[in-house]
Every structure is written in C-alpha cells, then in structure tokens.
Design a protein around this ligand. Structure first.
Ligand SMILES: Nc1nc2c(c(=O)[nH]1)N[C@H]1C(S)=C(S)[C@@H](COP(=O)(O)O)O[C@H]1N2
Ligand SMILES: [Mo]
Length: 354
C-alpha cells in the first residue's frame, strides 16, 4: 500500500494492484479515515434509528441480521479526493493527501437494505434527508467532532443503499467500519459512513462538518480556511472517471507490443460505455476492449494492446458514459482548493529502449 498517513490511517493500493480483478481483496482496498479507527464490540453495538419516524428503533447486530432480508451487491467506492495528486502539479493543496487513482476499490457488500430499515421504523413523509452518525472524532473538523453525513431520502430509499456487515463475504474489517457501515453506491465514499451508530430521518441535510463544510467543491479563488457551512457545491453522485493502471507512470519498457489496462467508473445512473486511449496526446484515439460490467454499481476494467516505439510516449485515456459525456482534458481547469473530483484524462509517461 502507498501509506499517506499513519494517524489517521490513510492508504491506497498502487495502480497495478487494482488491475484485472473486479473485486479488490480486503488487504488491498483503499482506506480513508479522518480520525482514530474505533474498536467497537459487535456484541454490545447498537444502531439507533430515530428522527422523523413513527417508531424509533434500537437494533443489535443480531436484530439487524434477523429482522431484515440480507441483500448483497457489488459496488465500487471512490473517494472524492481520488487523483488529487494530479491537481498538485498545477497548484499545491495544503493539508490534503496526494491521492493517486487508488482511492477507488470494489467489494461485494452484504447487509440490510437501508430502505427496509427505514420502512420498519415507519419513515414519515416529511423526512427529506437521512443522516448517519459515527463515533470517530476528527481533529480535522472545525470544531473537532465525530464523523457524519447524510443523503437525500430519494437515494436512501432506493435498493442499493446498504447497512453492510460483510465485505467480500467476510465480516466487515475494523478499518472499513466494523461492525456495520453504510454503503451508498454511486456516491462519493464520504457518504458511506463507517462504524455506523445512528440513522436519523430529518428535514435538512446533516449539519456535520464533513457534510456541511468539507466534501464541497469550492471555486478556485476561495480560501478553504474561511469556508463555512453551505459554501460551494455539495458532492454526491460520482462523475465519470478513468485511470490507466498498467503500465505504471514512469515505466521503462522494451519497444513493441504493450498491454494497457485500466478502470473506468461512472456514478449513480450513468454507465461507462466506451474508453479511448491515445498515444499522441489526444490527436488520435484507439477504442479499447471493455470487460463486462459486473453490476450496476461497479467499475469496468478495460484493456488494449498497442505498439510502442523507441523513446518517450505519453499514454492518455478517457471514458464516455451513457449520456454521451466524456472527461475534461486537463486537471488545470478543474483545480479546486480541497482537490476534489479530478476526472480529467488519465496520463502515464513511459520510456521504451531496446
Ligand atoms: N465514520 C467514518 N466514516 C467514513 C470516513 C471516516 O473517516 N469516518 N471516511 C469516509 C470517506 S471520505 C471515504 S472515501 C470512505 C472510505 O471507506 P474505506 O476506508 O472503507 O475505503 O469512508 C467514509 N466513511
Ligand atoms: Mo473520501
């Protein structure tokens, strides 16, 4: 793993470790934390469901497992800071880690459907947002506070949103939110709250720092130290993105045939339908072979074999989605003070010598 910080623990796999396989092994899955990793006892853990509901619930892990049908889905999680490192080539982003394309991973998640749990509590029609609360206190928040966030009811009551206790058919590992986390497929990872303790139905989005102030896209001129609740654009569904996973940036190769592989991912109701690779910085493009999509919420791996001549080549990739949208050419125009949502063309530099 490429470890960005030990405390709080933040690490991503190198790009090559994400190549080829749909499911990311548990020890390879990226880890994004804003505070110390809690150690919750599954036996005494309780989930409170309250707010704008007719019958508030307090559920043990056993209650959650036995009272609601178990649902399983494969879903990609992507941090809003994925590929931030590319922004930093244009302008520094103090206080944020230089994540590469490895802040994206995919697992098979099993748990209770949030929609089923909300129905069980008697969700009231006035509820507009579902807020999630966790116990990990982050000093990075202003003021320091436990992690939280929310999603609109319209998303919370769709099939995909899980209160997951298993990841790749194993109990959820501690660092990924044991005993239970939210998984909000198609939305930035920040909404998939780990170590879940409370689900609250309310009229407004969560006032938690990580919903109201962080994970919002500020204009390039804004001073993030002065940003307050509600400033900037709230990040939710993930934008279309792609990354070249092999060969790695800076590779030295033999001239001749080389396989290029990567992932492409589009959030919410968009699907990746085409990926192009260029060997001449975007003057001409080759369409690559896409792997089957493993489900509505997963990335798609892709591959193509090209002929590389002697010398340096910049390999570029861009994806297209079902709305016929593609990715912006340069991170320069997307730069924002917290370094979120970089979905510009992916580039790796390789040198070929016989
Ligand atoms: N309680 C809690 N939940 C959290 C976080 C956190 O710091 N605390 N980080 C969020 C962010 S920003 C991301 S990208 C995902 C990362 O999940 P992972 O560490 O399992 O990959 O968890 C989200 N849920
Ligand atoms: Mo994140």
């Amino acid at each position: 793993m490429v470890v960005h910080q030990i405390e709080p623990y933040n690490a991503e796999p190198p790009p090559c470790a994400l190549a080829d396989q749909v499911l990311t092994p548990l020890d390879t899955f990226y880890s994004r934390n804003h505070g110390p990793v809690p150690d919750l006892d599954p036996a005494s853990w309780r989930l409170t469901v309250d707010g704008l509901v007719d019958s508030p619930l307090t559920l043990s892990l056993e209650d959650l497992r036995s009272r609601f049908p178990e649902r399983t889905m494969t879903a990609t999680l992507q941090c809003a800071g994925n590929r931030r490192a590319d922004f930093m080539e244009f302008r520094d982003i103090p206080g944020e880690d230089p994540w590469g394309p490895g802040a994206t991973s995919t697992a098979r998640w099993s748990g209770a459907g949030l929609a089923d749990v909300l129905a069980g509590a008697g969700l009231r029609p006035e509820a507009a947002h579902i807020a999630f609360a966790a116990p990990d206190v982050s000093d990075l928040a202003d003021p320091p506070q436990a992690y939280g966030g929310s999603i609109p009811v319209a998303k919370a009551t769709t099939d995909g949103v899980l209160l997951a206790w298993a990841m790749n058919d194993r109990p959820l590992p501690r660092v990924h939110g044991a005993p239970v986390r939210v998984v909000v497929p198609g939305w930035i990872g920040a909404r998939s709250v780990k170590w879940l303790q409370r689900v609250t139905a309310q009229g407004q989005p969560s006032g938690n720092y990580f919903q109201a102030t962080a994970y919002r896209l500020l204009p390039a001129e804004a001073d993030p130290a002065r940003a307050g609740p509600g400033d900037g654009i709230s990040l939710g569904p993930v934008a279309l993105n792609t990354a070249i996973l092999r060969p790695g940036d800076g590779s030295r190769l033999l001239p001749g045939r080389t396989e290029i592989t990567g992932y492409a991912y589009a959030g919410e109701d968009r699907r990746v339908v085409r990926v192009d690779v260029s060997l001449d910085e975007g003057r001409s493009w080759i369409q690559v072979d896409l792997d089957e999509q493993a489900g509505p919420w997963t990335w798609r791996h892709w591959r193509t074999t090209v002929h590389l001549g002697e010398g340096e080549t910049v390999i570029t990739a861009r994806a297209w989605d079902t709305t016929a949208a593609t990715q912006p050419e340069s991170a320069r125009h997307l730069w924002n003070p917290k370094g979120y949502a970089n979905n510009s063309w992916s580039r790796v530099h390789v040198t070929c010598r016989a």
